[in-house]
Design a protein around this ligand. Structure first.
Ligand code: SF4
Ligand code: SF4
Length: 229
């Protein structure tokens, strides 16, 4: 059963921490996307909300409306959602962002709850489709421990109310292991114990503690800021 509006209000209450208190990551990625952070650009990332979450948002703000698809890929995404409990939405844009009324997807981006091969929720992994766009993915040292803790705590609450979400993220985690095994590369987990671990390819999801110097190599995957004129 889907979580209700009231239950989503509790999820929001538990998850208010910014991703990083030290860095405004939007200022790092926006220059690469015409001045708009990649995660706030509906042409790039369509926010999805559960019906209960949308009901809550509509009761709190006029910032969100249903997305009227205007491109073939948006039309496909909206059509694919027709039989699900989720809907595609659109906010008024970054200049009108109301921090307390961001969706759960906004709060969590670029991370999702990561489940190991035994389906234990062990930490956070990134949405790999945003590598090269989202600056945080390449600079994970800026992510605050409080963010990791609140994201896990709020999602554990959500999974109790709607176990399908846990299943979805467990499948996403398994997909990530497959994708990275095909690449023959390891990927990083922000573990709930406060450390960072690599998940090794072709290992059944084995994790090893990550060394800072090794994590720093992720920075090389992010393009230099475009020159300003
Ligand atoms: S989370 Fe990533 S995409 Fe979003 S503003 Fe920060 S760096 Fe940009
Ligand atoms: S609500 Fe705020 S954080 Fe979320 S997509 Fe809109 S501008 Fe970005």
């Amino acid at each position: 059963m889907s979580a209700t509006a009231k239950e989503f209000a509790e999820v929001y209450r538990r998850f208010t921490a910014p991703l990083s208190k030290r860095v405004d990551c939007g200022s790092k990625c926006a220059p690469h996307n015409g001045g708009i952070p990649f995660c706030c650009d509906v042409d790039n990332a369509i926010p999805l909300v559960d019906k209960g979450e949308f009901q809550l948002l509509k009761s709190r703000t006029d910032m969100w409306t249903r997305l009227r698809p205007s491109t073939p890929s948006q039309r496909k995404e909206v059509k694919d959602l027709e039989s699900s409990d989720s809907c595609a939405v659109k906010c008024k844009g970054v200049a009108h962002c109301e921090r307390d009324n961001r969706s759960l997807a906004c709060r969590a981006f670029p991370y999702f709850p990561y489940f190991d091969a035994e389906k234990n929720l062990v930490g956070l992994a990134h949405y790999w489709g945003f590598e090269g766009q989202c600056w945080v993915i390449h600079n994970p040292e800026v992510v605050d421990k409080k963010f990791v803790k609140e994201m896990i705590d709020s999602h554990e609450y959500l999974f109790l109310k709607d176990p399908d979400w846990a299943e979805t993220f467990a499948e996403n985690s398994a997909s990530m292991r497959r994708v990275y095994s095909r690449r023959n590369k390891k990927f990083l987990i922000l573990h709930r114990d406060g450390n960072q671990y690599w998940v090794l390819p072709y290992s059944g999801g084995k994790m090893v503690l990550a060394k800072t110097a090794d994590v720093d190599k992720l920075k090389k995957g992010y393009p230099d800021a475009p020159a300003t004129t």
